[in-house]
Design a protein around this ligand. Sequence first.
Ligand code: HEM
Length: 454
Amino acid sequence: MEDDIEYPPGPKDILPYTLERKFLRDPLKTLTDISQTYGDVSHFKFGKQNVYFLNHPNYIEDVLITNYKNFIKSRGLQVSKRLLGLGLLTSEGDYHDKQRRLIQPTFYPKKIKSYIDVMIKKTLNLCDHWKDGSVLDIHKEMTHLTLEIISKTVLGYDIKKEDDEIGDSLLICMEYFNRLLMPFGELIEKIPLLPINKGFQKARKNLDSIVYKMINEHRMQLEKNEKKDNDLLFTLLQSQYDSTGIEKMSDQQLRDEVMTIFLAGHETTANALTWTFYLLSENPAIDLRLQEEVSSIISNKIDISFDDIQKLEYTTKVLTESMRLYPPAWALGRQAINNCKIGKYIIPSGSIILMSQYVMHRNQIYFPQPDVFYPDRWTDEFKKNLPRFSYYPFGGGIRSCVGEPFAWMEAILITAIINRLWKMNSIQENKVILKPLITLRPKYGMRMQITRRD
Ligand code: HEM
């Protein structure tokens, strides 16, 4: 009986859908306000759904690690199955574990070392097209760069001119999922002829056509015995059937894995880099220190080894601090399978658990002067004293980000190379507004003026 349940404190609507409207307008502020008013665990209703918002590192650890078996991904990710199908991000249980074992080795340190050359080459190619003094949308540039890198390194595919609409298609899909998540949102799908549905279908078709191009190119190479490299797509294709010819992964499952890596493997890192360059442009003293470190380690010929990357300590701190303030994955959701206990509260099965990196990373208990961009806070001592889930840009536990080592290496390399060659200057017309879709993006892009360093 709902009436017998003791709920944690939380906002109660006086008028119907007040909270939902607030969420629609500004989810980051709404969650920040809730956390500041109600503390470590709060409860509210979103439509008919019971939502528990966790704001204590230990409770988050309970969900992501200690009792992870009791939770599946929540509606936020369920709706994205319309694009991702059942890839690594959205699948569950034994199937997920099996696929994770297959995909994880692609991101082991030994393997990602072999991606350095492509990462450097693609970054230098991009910079070659830049003109001194011009104004660029850095978000677009970073999205294009990270897309080229994940496609070439992990999926063995060269992005072509005609693949240009990927960024726009992905944005259409993410905005569509956001609409579906609002109360009554799924009614939209009942009228297929609505322009929003047609827009989504077209965007998905566009993304599908690229993924199928990747798969078909690889299949042909395998048939002709022309396999050049052992990229993830070959690994997936070769494990589609066991030695007796029995299918282990259908064509649809293969497509879903490739689509997931293709999208999850570039958009998040592009956002991390965009926010980093924005913060550097706003903090010249930090930019200067970064430049000093980078030029002491990287010559202007830009030949960087894996060991050099380990030496870029301040660069790493800059990125760590940037992902604290602007975590590309700004919230995680789960759904409880069975009743469970969090703190002193019984959480009924079916409830939604919400955790927000954006809110936790700005909690002043763990991060003094939380709104200040201060890379120097990340000393070894500081890190040692932080509770595990006070900082978790890559999630945690069995569902943590499989691409984390790849993302770190890529982000450090790109930040260092671009900082070595170019200075980013903020311009007055640049309107910086956060747009929290599945990832935390800049709403109007990130226009900056670039000047070549001597
Ligand atoms: C700065 C960059 C990145 C951030 C902040 C990030 C963040 C995250 C987070 C928070 C999760 C956990 C989601 C959850 O628990 O519901 C996740 C999962 C995942 N990420 Fe990333 N990610 C990044 C880069 C990448 C890259 C480069 C790849 C691939 C090359 C990737 C592929 C994935 C996949 C496949 C999953 C699902 C893993 C699973 O459930 O087993 N991510 N990511």
